[in-house]
Design a protein around this ligand. Structure first.
Ligand SMILES: N[C@@H](CCC(=O)N[C@@H](CS)C(=O)NCC(=O)O)C(=O)O
Length: 84
């Protein structure tokens, strides 16, 4: 399975939070360093805010929601896969 791709900047707190959640949950990811409003970011977030996430044909913006689908895709999520 391909790794989720976090598109953002390591200088961005929002980006680092998403990376930290993945690391805490043992989810392997790829961080693609991009500037604000880069074409790859604008393709997913209408205002070009970062980070955005791409995983196969699944794409998402807004970092607060990102750990939820990411954790559902993790084989190590155990009983935390239910929706709330
Ligand atoms: N609600 C967004 C906020 C993300 C955000 O504001 N990111 C900053 C970078 S740290 C940004 O893109 N700022 C550019 C702007 O607000 O135009 C999220 O949680 O992902």
């Amino acid at each position: 399975m391909t790794k989720p791709e976090i598109i953002g900047s390591s200088q961005s707190t929002y980006t680092r939070v998403v990376c930290m959640v993945c690391e805490e949950k043992g989810i392997e990811y790829v961080l693609t360093e991009r500037m604000l409003r880069a074409p790859e970011v604008l393709a997913i977030h209408p205002f070009g805010k970062m980070p955005v996430l791409r995983h196969g044909d699944f794409a998402l913006c807004e970092s607060k929601f990102r750990p939820i689908p990411a954790s559902r895709r993790s084989p190590s999520n155990g009983s935390r896969s239910s929706t709330r």
